[in-house]
Design a binder for this molecule. Structure first.
Ligand code: G3P
Ligand code: CA
Length: 296
């Protein structure tokens, strides 16, 4: 009897460990968490609702939330004085009235710039007077605005240009208590095209769920070996939707990994990817993705 009891305890411990591993991967038993449950399609408001408002501004993120994106997507660059700001490009030129590299300016200097007027000029049909003079937000300002009710899908951009970027990111996420006790309880997902950046973040805090972005120059396949390598530190992959097919998606899902293609802006493409079995996607139009999901 005593021997049976010991075996039973060992079996139970083993099962708890196995189940907890699955929970880390997929958030089973936590249906409220959209990020890590493959049965809940993740709607990521790419650069905010950037199909309607100037990307990476608070206005665009607010709209992303209002249009019911599950996450707001934030690209990070770092200023000369080490502050993380929301911006896609290494240079200021495209999305502000400034010129040159972010790394060569202090935050105070970047705060002088207009991050909204370019949108009105480029998209006159969508232009609004209130976009004029919008500021470039810092990561901390975004988190202060949306708090712990927000969800943040954050990308380390050009990490080789910004030594210390990962440490600063983890410091801020810790400060605002956005990193959970395990992956499903995290308020953030971190993504990067740089495996080195993700591996560094994983070593700084293995509880943060990570997604490996992948850039392909032509139609792509992915091997078991590649997925097993990525799985050492990340829970999913993010390829361009234009370079993948159903076989690619199924291969990723066979590995119990998430797949969030970018950047999907038409109903037709959304439907196709959902048919293939993706677990979420980045879109500039979270409202359109929600309509598609509602009608399936
Ligand atoms: O992060 C997903 C997608 O945003 C990657 O492409 O260039 O828009 O950051 P990019
Ligand atoms: Ca991005």
């Amino acid at each position: 009897m005593k021997k049976f009891g010991t075996s039973f305890v060992i079996l139970m411990v083993f099962m708890v460990i196995c189940t907890s591993g699955l929970n880390v991967a997929y958030g089973k038993g936590n249906g409220k968490d959209p990020s890590l449950n493959p049965n809940r399609i993740l709607n990521v408001a790419h650069r905010g609702a950037s199909g309607y408002a100037p990307e990476h501004t608070l206005v665009s993120y607010e709209l992303g939330e209002r249009l019911k994106g599950d996450y707001i997507e934030i690209d990070l660059q770092m200023t000369q004085d080490g502050k993380l700001i929301a911006m896609h490009d290494e240079k200021l030129d495209r999305t502000t009235n400034g010129t040159g590299y972010v790394k060569d300016y202090t935050l105070a200097e970047i705060k002088q710039l207009d991050a909204g007027s370019w949108f009105n000029e480029k998209y006159p049909d969508l232009a609004k007077p209130e976009y004029v003079g919008l500021k470039v937000p810092t990561l901390e300002e975004i988190i202060q605005k949306f708090g712990r009710s927000g969800r943040y899908y954050i990308e380390t951009k050009s990490p080789d240009v910004y030594p210390g970027m990962e440490e600063e990111l983890i410091r801020i996420l810790d400060k605002y208590k956005l990193i959970g006790q395990n992956a499903p309880s995290s308020k953030v997902l971190i993504q990067s095209f740089s495996p080195e950046s993700l591996i560094k973040i994983h070593s700084l805090n293995p509880k943060v769920p990570l997604v490996q972005l992948i850039s392909y120059s032509k139609p792509a396949t992915i091997t078991d070996e590649e997925l097993n390598n990525i799985k050492q530190y990340a829970i999913g992959v993010g390829p361009s939707y234009t370079k993948i097919d159903q076989e690619y998606v199924e291969k990723v899902r066979e590995h119990d990994m998430l797949i969030h293609p970018y950047t999907v802006n038409t109903r037709e493409d959304m439907e196709k990817l959902l048919d293939w079995g993706v677990t979420g996607m980045f879109t500039n139009y979270p409202d359109i993705l929600n309509e598609v999901l509602k009608n399936r």
